[in-house]
Design a protein around this ligand. Structure first.
Ligand code: HEM
Length: 283
């Protein structure tokens, strides 16, 4: 990026900070209007409660603020990359998302969005996207070279569904292809993708793995959502508990890195369960 471009980026940070949420809300509306298939990739519950638009806005703005030394953001970017790899986000997605983001900046800023300013943001996004693509490529490469490793969505079968205690049920999941599964690293987690009939969409949710590595299967444990919990995560839990049965297929993807969220207080981590299935779901 040129010095002039960096100056232009810095000059627009206050405006974008002020309208950051407006920008990313507009951006997501644009993405879903033009590419409705991506509703299957994003958690539509996070769209409703504003978590995802805010997260993306804050990251893009934090990057802009640190354009002279983006290395200070590396640990945050690693965490995001881990989440992205658990959802099979690929380089071609970055081009598409970048086009919508730059168009949205133009639409939200209106006459203030000069061609030079849009070029500067295109360069800044390109720089951030390349960095993230590189981090994600490394995570994917590490995953796929492990014995039993894979990337993207792999069909698994529910081999056992077992009540652990009131409102808590464990699922034992074997790959449908009969192959081995990679031993997860510390804090590595699963994404489960399910068809949600109420939304007519595929939706995913992250769960930690709490059984000891055995090369053959993973376990997740799902808690009953509170009665009034109408969030998407609550609905996914209900779908798993009320509808999914032994023998059913689920798509499973492994995150590229450590769990981005701490385990709830009092919940032991994976090595505490040498043979059983108890585990916790991510908040
Ligand atoms: C430079 C570009 C990007 C930035 C700055 C960014 C930023 C973020 C952040 C901050 C999160 C939240 C992470 C967490 O909570 O742990 C996130 C999650 C996510 N990102 Fe990105 N992202 C980018 C590109 C993409 C692309 C290209 C896609 C593909 C369509 C994508 C899809 C997702 C999805 C599906 C989630 C999970 C949130 C959900 O389930 O709704 N992101 N991203």
């Amino acid at each position: 990026m040129t010095t002039d471009q960096k100056q232009l980026i810095k000059a627009t940070i206050p405006v974008l900070k002020e309208s950051g949420l407006l920008l990313t809300t507009h951006f997501y509306q644009r993405v879903f209007a033009h590419n409705p298939e991506l509703k299957n990739t994003f958690n539509m519950g996070n769209q409703q409660n504003g978590h995802q638009p805010t997260a993306l806005a804050m990251t893009v703005l934090a990057y802009a603020e640190n354009i002279d030394d983006p290395s200070v953001l590396l640990s945050a970017l690693n965490r995001i990359a881990s989440r992205h790899t658990s959802l099979d986000i690929r380089p071609e997605h970055y081009d598409l998302i970048g086009r919508h983001l730059i168009a949205s900046i133009g639409e939200v800023l209106g006459a203030a969005a000069s061609p030079a300013l849009l070029d500067a943001w295109t360069a800044a996004y390109g720089q951030l996207a390349s960095l993230m693509i590189r981090i994600e490529a490394k995570l994917y490469a590490t995953q796929v070279t492990k014995p039993g490793g894979w990337t993207g969505w792999r069909p698994f079968l529910v081999n056992a569904k077992q009540n652990e205690s009131s409102g808590v049920t464990s699922f034992r999941l074997y790959p449908a292809d009969g192959g081995p599964v990679a031993d997860p690293g510390p804090g590595q987690y699963l994404s489960i993708r399910l068809f949600m009939p109420t939304l007519n969409l595929l939706q995913s949710r992250q769960f930690t793995i709490s059984n000891a590595p055995n090369g053959q299967y993973y376990c997740i444990t799902v808690k009953q959502a509170a009665g009034k919990d109408s969030s998407l995560n609550g609905q996914i839990n209900r779908q798993l508990l009320d509808v999914i049965q032994e023998g059913d297929r689920l798509d499973v993807s492994l995150s590229g890195g450590a769990c981005p969220m701490a385990a709830p207080a009092g919940v032991p981590t994976r090595p505490a369960y040498p043979s059983g299935c108890p585990m916790h779901q991510m908040a």
